[in-house]
Write a new protein. Structure first.
Length: 300
């Protein structure tokens, strides 16, 4: 039989706002469908109800805040989790980083990370993980490319040596080496050390995505198309759009394409730092995979 004393202790709630007033939501693994339903219910009650759902604090905020200068703390937990999930579950998924997930799922996952909660990406889906990764880079206080202090300027990008328009395989190979060295030494040299380390982890994943083109349908070019707009920002949106064109051009898109195609050479100093020395890099069968193995080891 049902105990009246038991039911006297039960408190019924209709929304996560009401639940958050009783129990810290960062102690509960709330499934994505619950967040989706709650967005409809709490949203109908107005912005005050939405705001009462465990807001992010400065201690837990991960999006839109400066990176840790101690590179041993990189990448942040949200980035680690997204990278690992995409690597494990997305390399046979068509349209990685190109397709848009439901906005409610994306917002719920982002808000969960910002509140310090456990976010189950298996419920959110691989495309949510992909967009979260792009959003993290896009919302860095200092953009990777732009006119802010600590960014690589567009003038530096425009000085990228141009590939020869001749049908000469050896000349093209030599020019690729020149262009990759320019990106490694000049372009990446213009941004902060912690940004270089973060990008090394991200582009290790992008290199694997491009390598699995048969399943992902994403080449280095198509990855540059979708990633460049998340890395470039100034007060001139028209200039930003023009600089994001991909291909063999002196643009942000062209640089991003080189970062994917020549990952091991462009990020050689950061790879050595992450893997612990040149000898370990030389012994690695798959450098990009070994860099990503480090990400997974961080959470064990």
């Amino acid at each position: 039989s049902r105990s009246p004393k038991f039911f006297a202790k039960v408190t019924w709630v209709d929304t996560l706002s009401q639940l958050a007033a009783l129990v810290p939501l960062n102690q509960i693994n709330v499934p994505q469908p619950v967040y989706d339903y709650n967005a409809k219910v709490d949203g109908a009650r107005g912005p005050a109800a939405e705001a009462s759902v465990a807001p992010a604090s400065p201690d837990t905020q991960v999006f839109g805040v400066p990176l840790a200068t101690d590179t041993a703390q990189l990448p942040p937990r949200a980035v680690r989790q997204c990278i690992s999930y995409i690597r494990q579950h997305g390399l046979a998924t068509e349209g990685l980083f190109r397709r848009s997930p439901p906005s409610t799922a994306l917002r719920a996952a982002k808000d969960g990370f910002n509140r310090g909660q456990h976010v189950d990406l298996a419920l959110a889906g691989v495309h949510v993980a992909c967009v979260l990764l792009k959003v993290f880079v896009r919302e860095l206080p200092t953009p990777v490319f732009g006119d802010a202090a600590g960014s690589c300027s567009y003038d530096t990008v425009r000085a990228l040596p141009q590939a020869p328009k001749v049908d000469d395989t050896e000349a093209a190979r030599q020019m690729d080496e020149v262009r990759e060295r320019y990106v490694r030494e000049v372009v990446l040299g213009a941004v902060r050390r912690e940004v270089r380390v973060l990008l090394c982890y991200v582009f290790a994943l992008l290199a694997l995505v491009a390598r699995n083109e048969a399943g992902t349908r994403m080449t280095a070019y198509s990855l540059a198309v979708v990633w460049a707009p998340n890395m470039a920002r100034t007060d001139d949106p028209m200039q930003d759009v023009a600089m994001c064109a991909a291909g063999n051009a002196a643009t942000v898109g062209g640089v991003v394409q080189l970062m994917v195609q020549g990952f091991e050479r462009v990020f050689a100093p950061q790879i050595e730092e992450i893997l612990g020395g040149r000898q370990r890099v030389a012994n690695a069968d798959d450098v990009a995979a070994e860099v990503l193995d480090v990400v997974e080891l961080m959470d064990r």
